[in-house]
Design a protein around this ligand. Sequence first.
Ligand code: URA
Length: 287
Amino acid sequence: MPERFPASLQQKIEDRLRYYEDLGIRLFYTDRGPGGTTIVAPEPIASVSSSAPIIEETVLPKPTTKPAPAKVAPVAPPPLVVHPTGPSLFETMGKVKDETLLNIREDLGDCTRCKLHKGRNKIVFGDGNPKAELVFVGEGPGADEDAQGLPFVGRAGKLLTQMIEAMGLQRKDVYICNVVKCRPPENRAPEPDEVTACSPFLIRQIDSIHPKVIVCLGATAAKTILNTTRGISQFRGEWLEWRGHKLMATYHPAYLLRNPPAKADVWKDLQKVMAELGLQLPKKSKS
Ligand code: URA
């Protein structure tokens, strides 16, 4: 019979396993090492990367919030895999210097620049650290976000929060925003005129934050920002360059809720982002 853990440790183990479960990592194996330590390895990652997280039951990997650059393998220079159909308005807009998010929010005001304003309850400007090294860009607010005025607070948002925490970060460490700031009716994709009206604000937000890495969540955000018609699965997980920032597209959390096996791909992508940001991957134990 396995030894019982103290309730607090048991809770931590359950929380941690839930992270991995939510990332699509369900298969674990155990191996009793010589010192009696039980090694638990999330299987899909172990088969993908030599820096796969291996978790000791007794010391669960506490997400490390401090970067440890020395331990991170260098990342190859980013190949540009997306061939834009033409320069997008995201690329043609000049850099706006020395703006704060507050200035930009004030400028947005009680926006009526596109038709989306008619159906909205709240503008969802963005949320998080104005000096974040990592920015997530989604498509547009849904019902929960429209009600609260905050991005990614519904079911998909909860999964995004777990993904961020699995990276060893908290929501307040990153910045989260969307291509459009008002909810499209029935959660449809934003239309070109809406993107055209709203995108200057997204660009100004990103220019103001000046993150090391941008992660586009889902096909709409990725295709809109990169101005490409290519399917996201063709360039997901690849490092791209956009307005002087490293950018990676990955699947949208809402897609992961419908298609849980894709969580393993997203976790691979997020591990690349972690390496780029010098975030420590969960420690690998000797067996
Ligand atoms: N989906 C998005 O793309 N953005 C949100 O803020 C919420 C759900």
